[in-house]
Design a protein around this ligand. Sequence first.
Ligand SMILES: Cc1ncc(COP(=O)(O)O)c(C=O)c1O
Length: 692
Amino acid sequence: MIAAIVQARMGSSRLPGKTLMDVAGRPLLGHLVDRARRIPGLDAVVIATTDRPADRAILNFAAAEGVPVWAGSEDDVLDRFHQAAERFGVAVVVRVTPDCPLLDPDVAGLVLRHFLDAGGRLDYASNTQPPTFPDGQDTEVFSAAALARAWREARLPSEREHVTPYIWKHPDRFRLANVRHAEDLSALRWTVDEAADLEFVRTVYARLGAGRVFGMDDVLALLRREPALLEINRSLTRNEGYARSLRADGAAAVGPGDPSMETTPRPLVRSEEYFARAEKVIPSATQTFSKGHTQFVRGVAPLFLQRADGSHVWDVDGNEYIDFPLALGPIVLGHNDPDVTAAVRAQLADGVALSLPHPLEVEVSELLTEVIPCAEMVRFGKNGSDATSGAVRVARAYTGRERLAACGYHGWQDWYIGATTRNRGVPAAVRELTHLFTYNDLASLRKLFDVYPGQIAAVILEPVGVVEPAGTFLQDVATLTRANGAVLIYDEVVTSFRVALGGAQEHYGVTPDLACVGKAMANGFPVSAVVGRRDLMQVFDEIFFSFTFGGEVLSLAAAKATITKLRQGEVIPHLWKQGRKLQDGYNALAAGLGLAARTRCIGLPPRTVLTFTDARGQDSLAMKSLFQQEVVRRGILNAGGFNLCYRHDDTDVARTLEACRAALGVLAEALTADDVEGRLRGPVIQPVFRRA
Ligand SMILES: Cc1ncc(COP(=O)(O)O)c(C=O)c1O
C-alpha cells in the first residue's frame, strides 16, 4: 500500500495548537488531509499522532473524518512512523506535514511518481534536497524498508525526531533522488510556523476560495497579482541569502527548452572528500585518465561513483545518472547483467585463480573463433594494451622487421604511446620505430612504405573510429599492407562486440590478419584477446606473452556469458536502434537551434561522439564542457558521446534528449552572448593528449 503518513500533534513551541487552528472554516490538519487524499497514485492517508492526553483532540478529529490513526511516541517520531507503517501495511510512505496547508497534490504526486518510476531503484525521493519548491510543498517518499533501516540504525535525537535525516544523510546506504523545479522558488514561505504564516495562509484561502483545492500555480498567480501578500510573513523568510544565491545559479544555467522539472544533484560533498584523499595517495587521483577529474566539469559532475545497475549509476553523494561512458565502453549488456553476474557467482565458488589452465580458456577461445571472422586461434590478455602489444610483437617476430605504421589509439605501452605527445619516459630508440598515418588517407600510409621499404612489420589501425571509412579505404589498406609483406592488425578493442558481434571486420567485410579485442567482451570484467590467422598466432609459442593473471577465470566466465547472450541476436540491434534515436535526435535538436555547424553527433550508433567547434572551426573544449555541465545537472553522465548498452530503454533515450534540448539551449544562448566560459561553474575540461 502507498500511504501518506501525516505526523500531527497539538504541541508546538511557536504556535501551540496550530494543527487544529482554523483556516477558512476548516482546521489546518483538515486542509492537509483533503490535499493528501488527492495525491495521484496514493492509496490512503494515515495520521500518526502521540499518545499524550493533549492529542486526544487529534484522535477525535481522525475518528470524525474517518482517517486511520496511530498514536505513538511524542519525541521518537521515527518510531511513530515505523509503527504506523507496520500497523497499516504501508510499503511506500509519502511524508507530508500539517504545517503545509497549501500543499499541491500534484507536486507531491510528482515526487511519488519519480520514486515509483525508478522501479525499485530508489529508497528515498524528495523535493527538499535542496529545496526549489516553495517552503510548504515539502514531500518525501520512501520505502518501508528504508524507514525500517533508519529506525534500526538511527541514534541521534535529531534523527529520531525528524524521521528522515538518517536516510538523506547517508547516500552510501540509501539510494536518493531529488525532484527539482526549474525555477528556484524556495524563498517563498507557505508553511505555518508562526502567527504571521497563519495570517498569510488564511489570506490565500480567502482569496482563492475555501471550498476548492487550488494548486501551486494558483498561489503563484495570486502572488504575481498581489505581491503585497508576500509582505505578510516576509520577515520570517529563512535562508533568504541562500535562496538568493540559488536563484542566481538557476538564472545562469536554466535556458530555453529547459524541462520544467529536473533531477538536481545533491551537493558533491563526498566526491570532494574522496578527491582530497585521493590526491594525497594517487597520482592524478585516478587510475585512468579518461575517468579523471580533468575530464568532467569540477563542482558539477561527480568525481567518484558508488554503484551501477542497468543503464544507471549513482555517485558517492547519492545522485543518480543515466550512464553513457559505460566504464569507457566495456558495459554492453548493462551494469549487473543477471546472466553475467550469475555466471561469475557460480565460478567464484569454484575458484578465481587456478594453478593450471581452466576449461573456460578453451571454451571462450572456441567461441571467439566462431564469432570473429579472422580468428583461428586466441590468446588472452587483461587490458586492450596487452592485446595490441602482443599482436605487434607477433608481427615483428613473424616478419623480422621493427617498424610499425599505426593509426588510432592503441593503449599505454611504449611502442604506441611513444608516438604521441605523452611520450615522456619512452626511449628515443623505441619512439623512432612507430610512424603514424592518417585515417582515410591512403597516401599517408603509402608514403611510409615508400620511405621505409621492407622495414614495416605491421600496419595497426582502428578499422573505424568516429569517422567511417571512405570508399574502399579498408580494402585498399589491406591490399597495400599485404603487398608490402606487412601484417594487417585491426585494433578492435572498441568495436568488437559492439558495432557487430565479430567487430568492424564483420561489419565492413574486410578481414585482417590479426585482431585485438577487449572492452565489451566480458561486460566490464577485465579481459582482452589477440585473435587471428593460425600461422601468425603460432608465433606466440616463440615470443614471450605470459603473465600471472592471463586466463583468470572470473573474467572468462563473464566473457562466456556475455558472448553467449550477444550471440542470441537481440543486443547489438538494440544498441544500433537506441543509438540512432539519440544521434538523429541530437542532430535535429542542434539544427533546430541553428547549431548544426557547431555541434554534431557522429560515428556508428552503438558508440557515437559529440563534436563541438568554435567559430573558427577549431575543437572547443569550452563548448564541450558547458554541454556536459548542463546534461550532468539533469542526470546524464556524459563524457562527450553516447555508448549504448542493452539496458538503455526508451525512457532513458527520451530523458537524455530532453536534457540535450535544455543543454543545447543553454549553449546556443551562451554562444549568442559570446560567453561560453562565463556560464561554466568549473574549469574547462582538459585533453588527455596535448595537441602536437
Ligand atoms: C582502440 C583502442 N585500443 C586499445 C586501447 C587500450 O585498451 P586498454 O585501455 O584496455 O589497455 C583502447 C582503450 O581505450 C582503445 O580505445
